[in-house]
Write a protein that binds this ligand. Structure first.
Ligand SMILES: [Mg+2]
Length: 238
């Protein structure tokens, strides 16, 4: 049965060892002249647009549309420089899982990320896992990750709905986004949040990491079958 599997990027697929944060700080300095070190800002689960707006406000103003555009033009340039020096670390099992899911014609892989689109592809290309993803929705499109997830679904389902949706992420925001689109919320504790926090946030399933490819795929198939069963029960009842 056809299934849409959506992935978050940072903390879920890969870790840029601070390259994302460093390029963000430098772009803020060059465009806004803020010298904010962002030491107290939590990037995990946030969207780039939300971060820019919050940081500008705590520096006493709203960002203009021109500033936001300039910031989002500069950010991927700085990020690519950082990633050339130090490519992202891909978490255990991620390459194997993406390869296995890509090989299944009934599965479509997409992105739901807080990164702006150019930064998302820069990170995935830097470690050679970009080709697995057919579509996505990104952090410049909305400040709220739930809306980003809705956009990704709308793009994926232009030619008809998927029987089942899954969203895999590493933060409570990803879990909320999954639930907002009626997806199975799969969480992975490779990012900033521990398994217990992700379970408490409402994840249907929490993995310590994605290294057990067969078990992860078996769970996705199970979730897909039971999701379809509950959908058909709901439609037969109503
Ligand atoms: Mg993440």
């Amino acid at each position: 049965m056809n299934t849409l599997v959506l992935f978050d990027i940072d903390g879920t697929l890969l870790n840029t060892s601070g390259a994302g944060r460093r390029s963000f700080v430098e772009a803020l300095r060059r465009v806004f002249h803020f010298r904010d070190g962002l030491d107290d800002v939590r990037f995990a689960g946030a969207t780039d647009l939300d971060l820019v707006e919050k940081i500008a406000r705590r520096n006493g103003r709203e960002p203009t549309a021109d500033e936001v555009r300039a910031f989002f033009d500069l950010l991927p340039v700085l990020l690519r420089d950082e990633l050339r020096m130090e490519p992202p670390h891909v978490y255990p099992g991620v390459r194997e899982l993406l390869r296995a899911l890509s090989a299944r014609p009934e599965i479509t892989l997409g992105l739901v990320t807080g990164n702006i689109e150019s930064c998302a592809w820069a990170k995935l290309e830097a470690c050679g896992i970009h080709e697995h993803f057919e579509l996505g929705a990104f952090g410049h499109e909305h400040a709220d990750r739930r809306e980003i997830a809705r956009l990704a679904c709308a793009r994926a389902e232009r030619n008809g709905p998927f029987a089942h949706r899954v969203l895999i992420g590493d933060t409570p925001s990803d879990v909320a986004a999954a639930r907002a689109i009626g997806a199975t919320a799969v969480a992975v504790a490779t990012g900033d949040y521990e398994a217990a926090a992700l379970a408490a946030a409402g994840a249907h399933r929490v993995w310590i990491d994605l290294s057990d490819t067969d078990a992860v795929i078996a769970h996705l198939q199970e979730a897909s079958a039971s999701g379809a069963a509950s959908t058909s029960r709901a439609s037969s009842n109503g």
